[in-house]
Design a protein around this ligand. Structure first.
Ligand code: SAM
Length: 329
């Protein structure tokens, strides 16, 4: 038995399963697993049952940035208000299909119009809050290889936003999965010998010059300094990546990986309603999650399928990290 990704119709692109030489659609229950839907996200989402996905990682078209040459495409609206209102509608549908403990990780960049910064990411974020989402974090995605610009009247922009939203009060968040190295006791630290304090009650410097500072932890450095690293910070420095077949900005895999590791357990279903070249789907597959992509441009759906197919071949011919059954659903 062998798995293959193929396009079934011009409307819906499915992962097909090859069994004894014949391709069969996966069972009805798995119809929205490991699948790419071709169409307008606002419409395609309506077909998905309530509370179906665990985590959403996505980057919609930015306002007036690029023509994606497809019916129903977003981003070409006459005014920021129309753009925001369409996004609120689509992300309302996303909230419906999200499990109660699920999260949405939304990447947005800003835009200048006549030299004025529109503040679009925050306008969208606040509109989503007004619509019922709970905003949990605003992450700055800093791009060390951002395009230089000739602008002389303001700093060159080298960041975008990732907003982390939850649907409800309790939500899945695995802080340990995305910890980062401690700085205080690293090789570069000026606090030489700090590690000697580990495990010793009351053996900390704040007993000295910092005594009485209530911002400092009590007594034991080993409790303050988690063995797996410090809690993830809100500025992520990740280079822009290129996918040679795409004419638009694709997600860096590292960025998606961070969101997925924190926002979803293994085997859960990940949605990207603007899946483009399929980076979210690819990373989900590599991390042993299931994926569901939507895009209004059929060429991009095919591009994503191509990437996923190659990934599956790599996985099967190497260490078989993802079992045949998991990918097949
Ligand atoms: C910024 S790109 C996403 C890139 C993606 N994160 C990647 O890594 O390749 C935005 C995508 O949204 C798609 N799109 C635009 N309007 C859409 C709509 N109304 N419904 C579904 N997809 C849409 C575009 O075709 C494009 O592929």
């Amino acid at each position: 038995m062998k798995d293959k990704i193929a396009i079934k119709t011009h409307e819906v692109v499915h992962v097909l399963k090859e069994e004894q030489g014949a391709y069969t659609l996966r069972p009805e229950s798995g119809a929205f697993r490991d699948t790419i839907l071709h169409g307008d996200a606002g419409v395609a989402l309506e077909a998905i049952p309530d509370k179906h996905v665990q985590c959403i990682v996505t980057s919609p078209p930015y306002y007036c940035q690029r023509d994606y040459q497809a019916d129903g495409q977003l981003g070409q609206e006459q005014s920021p208000e129309q753009y925001i209102s369409k996004l609120v509608h689509i992300f309302g549908e996303c909230r419906r299909v999200l499990q109660d403990n699920g999260t949405l990780w939304l990447n947005l960049g800003d835009k200048y119009s006549d030299g004025r910064l529109l503040g679009m990411p925050w306008r969208v974020a606040l509109a989503l809050v007004a619509d019922g989402w709970i905003l949990r974090s605003d992450v700055i995605w800093q791009k060390p290889n951002a395009m230089p610009s000739s602008v002389k009247t303001r700093p060159t922009t080298d960041h975008e936003y990732i907003f982390m939203f939850s649907k409800g009060a309790d939500y899945y968040y695995d802080a340990d999965a995305i910890r980062e190295p401690h700085v205080t006791f690293s090789e570069n630290s000026k606090m030489k010998g700090g590690r000697n304090h580990f495990g010793k009650a009351n053996g900390t410097p704040e007993e000295g010059k910092n005594a009485g500072n209530s911002n400092l932890h009590r007594g034991r450095w080993d409790q303050a300094f988690h063995p797996l690293g410090r809690n993830k910070r809100t500025v992520w420095s990740i280079p822009l990546s290129k996918y040679r077949d795409a004419h638009f900005a694709v997600f860096p895999e590292k960025l998606v990986e961070t969101c997925l590791l924190a926002g979803s357990p293994a085997e859960s279903l990940i949605l990207d309603p603007f899946s483009g070249s399929g980076t979210t789907l690819l990373v989900a597959s590599r991390l042993n999650r299931h994926f569901l992509g939507i895009d209004c441009n059929l060429e991009y759906c095919k591009m994503a399928l191509d990437r996923l197919t190659k990934n599956q071949i790599d996985l099967f011919s190497s260490s078989q990290k993802v079992s045949l059954r998991k990918i097949a659903g």
